[in-house]
Design a protein around this ligand. Structure first.
Ligand code: BGC
Length: 351
């Protein structure tokens, strides 16, 4: 079968190659891939900056934002042929650490987890895969190919889950949210905030086009310029760019008891001058919290699936700016201006 594969850490190695059918040892559920989403991690893997091949193999099939259709499922699995499913990215470490042992693999403590499509296991950018039923989640069939948005939605569902847990250290009545970055993660973080009835502000660089339109369509406020220009004092800030200056600016802008969640992975190597003493003073005197958030566990996939089922489908459809067929697979991995979410379509209707 065909798969998009790389030799990890080797730039220029990405290709559409043949892979053997998935082994039975991967699980009794057989899934036909409909589409995969492309994200910054895929582009980093393709650039040779990240990624690990399965043990004993040279190449890794990439793709961790999946959508597929069940072809075979055992009785009692809760899955039926034709179900639309999304597969979970991470698997618990084998030790396991105390988080992985209770299904909180997104909080793995020893780094020995595996991630399908990223770390030591083939991903979902292949025509078929096998999996165990506990690592697939059903999506609303009415979503059609929009179900491919579930994995990035789980990333923000986890961020929100943890923001709320932190907030509940005292009386928690958030009103205002600032999201920095109007890419897929920022827009989905804003969607979940709007669904909670919060006042949502989104900051990005662009001055016009799809991103401001999508923010307005949510009933949120769009800003460009600096964090200070927004004049917002957020109870919650979700930083989705990984840009150093913005990280410090949102920490500075957060209100008393503010919770700042960092979701962007920075590349590093840039110096920034910051008055740490002043920042510390402010964080201490206001009981602020800054935390990082990555990945998601099954609870977040279920929350994300519900959020997508409740969302306006025409809004979600606009997030997928470039559905790309397998014949033009290279285009899917080439960034273009105006991209929000690019998908690689393997099969099935685009709905
Ligand atoms: C994925 C996460 C993963 C992270 C680090 C992200 O792109 O969405 O599931 O944990 O990359 O590998």
């Amino acid at each position: 079968m065909r798969a998009v594969t790389v030799v990890p850490l080797q730039a220029g190695s990405v290709d559409l190659t043949e892979l053997p059918e998935p082994p039975d040892s991967d699980g009794p559920v057989l899934v036909k891939t409909r589409a995969v989403g492309v994200c910054g991690t895929d582009l980093e893997i393709i650039a040779g900056e990240y990624g690990w091949a399965p043990e004993g193999e040279e190449r890794l099939a990439i793709g961790h934002e999946s959508l597929g259709e069940v072809l075979e499922a055992p009785d009692g699995s809760g899955l039926s042929v034709g179900d639309l499913v999304v597969a979970i990215v991470r698997r618990p470490d084998p030790v396991p650490c105390h988080n992985c042992s209770v299904g909180e693999w997104d909080m793995c403590r020893n780094g020995q987890y595996t991630e399908w499509g990223i770390k030591q296991h083939h991903g979902y950018a292949r025509e078929r895969y096998r999996i165990t039923e506990d690592f697939v989640v059903k999506v609303d069939p009415g979503l059609g190919n929009l179900g491919v948005l579930l994995e990035p939605t789980t990333v923000v569902a986890k961020a929100w889950d943890h923001i709320e847990r932190i907030g509940k250290r005292a009386a928690w009545r958030p009103k205002t949210v600032l999201v920095t970055g109007a890419g897929p993660i920022g827009l989905l973080a804003a969607l979940l905030a709007v669904q909670q009835g919060l006042e949502v502000h989104v900051l990005d660089q662009v001055t016009e086009g799809l991103k401001p339109e999508l923010v307005h369509a949510l009933g949120a406020t769009y800003h460009h310029g600096s964090v200070a220009d927004t004049k917002v004092t957020p109870d919650v800030a979700i930083e989705c760019t990984g840009v150093g200056q913005l990280i410090f600016d949102v920490m500075d802008a957060a209100g008393a008891n503010g919770v700042v969640c960092l979701t962007g992975v920075s590349s590093g190597g840039r110096d920034l001058s910051v008055d740490v003493g002043l920042l510390n003073r402010r964080m201490v005197l206001e009981n602020d919290v800054v935390f990082g958030s990555v990945n998601a566990n099954r609870r977040h996939y279920e929350a994300g699936a519900k959020a997508l089922a409740d969302a306006d489908k025409s809004w979600l459809a606009k997030l997928i700016t470039r559905p790309t067929g397998l014949d033009n697979w290279k285009d899917a991995y080439t960034r273009q201006p105006g991209d929000v979410k690019v998908t690689l379509e393997f099969s099935g209707a685009t709905s």
